[in-house]
Design a protein around this ligand. Structure first.
Ligand SMILES: [Zn+2]
Length: 487
């Protein structure tokens, strides 16, 4: 007996030791993927002037509303006019087309017409201002104060529009002509889905049989202090974005007076269905994008995280449990379920004839509208609930991370933000770039705006601003990227 115990103990100890060795070796071999931070070579111009151009662009209230009548045609036309007077060389050399009245498409002819073109994009519209009184500077005042350019659109996304145009104007000043044709696409309705703006531009290019080498749109930022366990800023390049699905769930009943309700009311039936959806989220897990993100970020993390990330063959379930614990990381793991609207009767003593709920899903790459609908049917499992699709977009395809486009975006980020780590990432929101997926070999989502955790509420919120220094980096990033892509 003693001998058997000894043998079992010996074998277990041996296995443990082997496991420890494998873990240690894998951790030791888990080395940095960061490309060296080369010296920037991009042209630089008058960054104070660039900042004042952005400030002026913020004075045009190009707000997107769901109801068309509220959109100010004047604001968009004035912004177009402003761009034309501020960037004379760009408007002389590039061809400008106006699409659906307010969107702009510029074509910068390349030296080599055989090469596939690239497309840089940003959007002209902004979200409304809900809290005008709480702003330190008026949201459409175009004020530069305390080293910041303040206003709605300062980072989302007029920093992109003005940053790109400043870079192009600077390069033109130097006599630069790109090797491959460069398109600049500025949609006017990104904040409400981009159907009349970016989607129309993409259709136009598709009709002309344009096949793009790569697309760069807004998306992730240079986030500073947001990634747990990483002390330096992280610049994620979004290589995929989630899709979206909005379903209406409806339960009907007889109605009547609330003093004599049936055993199960429309609201009760609907609430039970919602509770089941709440209890049973879509199954999640790492996908290609999230796995490559951890492979790139992992080596830069403290030892304990590094051990886990270098040994996903063993620790993946542990990592997934940890990620699922917080809403922001759970969102990269799975298709999320969010009931957002509820409707019953109009009066406290009237039973509703119809109870309705709106549920919004953000679909992770790997899932589809059909698979989410199937999950909902199976989970609700009640034929008294009528399910109707109101709106849906499939998740984007995953763009390659070994393409020339990705490599040059990565290289340019390291040149302009040498302390930042660069990693592929998943965008959990939606961008206009989705409209170009069909005509592009790679779609990337990154805006060179630096943000700390404290800045995040400014996004679509109050006191949106960008520092003058950071805006200089935005301009230099786009100039550097255009130069790098030329090689
Ligand atoms: Zn935006």
């Amino acid at each position: 007996m003693k001998k058997i115990v000894k043998t079992v103990l010996g074998i277990s100890l041996g296995i443990l030791l082997l496991l420890a060795v494998v873990i240690a070796v894998r951790t030791a071999r888990f080395s940095s993927h960061q490309v060296p931070a080369e010296r920037p070579t991009a042209v630089t111009g008058d960054m104070q002037a660039a900042a004042s151009h952005l400030a002026q662009a913020l004075t045009f209230p190009t707000i997107s509303y769901d109801s068309k009548e509220r959109i100010s045609a004047e604001a968009f036309r004035n912004l177009h006019q402003f761009l034309e007077t501020t960037y004379p060389r760009t408007h002389e050399v590039l061809t400008k087309e106006t699409v659906n009245e307010y969107s702009l498409l510029y074509t910068w002819k390349g030296r080599d017409p055989q090469l596939k073109p690239i497309l840089l994009m940003a959007h002209l519209d902004v979200v409304p201002v809900e809290t005008g009184g709480a702003w330190h500077q008026p949201p459409f005042g175009g004020v530069i104060a305390d080293g910041f350019i303040w206003g709605r659109g300062a980072w989302d996304d007029k920093s992109g529009v003005i940053g790109i145009l400043e870079a192009v104007e600077l390069l033109l000043q130097q006599g630069f002509q790109p090797r491959q044709t460069v398109y600049l696409a500025f949609g006017h309705d990104e904040e409400i889905g981009g159907l009349n703006g970016a989607a129309a531009i993409a259709r136009l290019l598709a009709q002309r049989n344009v096949r793009l080498e790569c697309v760069l749109d807004e998306g992730h930022l240079v986030s500073d202090g947001i990634m747990p366990g990483v002390k330096v800023p992280v610049a994620f390049i979004g290589v995929a974005e989630k899709g979206s699905l909005t379903l209406e769930l409806r339960a009907d009943s007889e109605g009547g007076h609330s003093s004599m309700p049936p055993r199960h009311t429309a609201i009760g039936i609907l609430a039970a269905a919602l509770a089941r959806l709440d209890e049973h989220p879509m199954p999640g897990g790492l996908t290609n994008v999230t796995r490559s993100m951890f492979e790139v970020i992992g080596p830069e993390m403290p030892l304990t995280n590094k051990i886990v990330l270098a040994n996903l063959w063993l620790f993946q379930p542990l990592l997934e449990r940890q990620l699922a614990a917080s809403p922001s990381t759970d969102a990269v793991l799975r298709t999320t379920t969010a009931p957002t609207m509820l409707e019953g009767s109009q009066k406290e003593n009237v039973l509703p004839i119809t109870a309705k709920a709106i549920v919004n899903f953000r679909i992770r790459p790997g899932d589809t509208i059909a698979s989410v609908c199937a999950h909902v049917q199976k989970t609700v499992a009640d034929d008294r609930i009528k399910i109707r699709t109101l709106d849906g977009t499939e998740p984007s395809p995953e763009s390659p991370i070994d393409s020339r486009g990705f490599r040059q975006i990565e290289r340019s980020i390291r040149q302009i933000f040498p302390t930042a780590l660069v990693s592929p990432g998943l965008v959990v929101g939606a961008t206009d770039s989705k409209h170009f997926a069909k005509i592009s070999d790679g779609t990337y989502r990154f805006l060179p705006v630096v943000a700390t955790a404290a800045d995040l509420p400014r996004f679509h919120g109050t006191n949106e601003r960008i520092s003058v220094t950071n805006f200089g980096q935005v301009v230099r990033f786009y100039a550097q990227l255009l130069q790098n892509l030329d090689q």
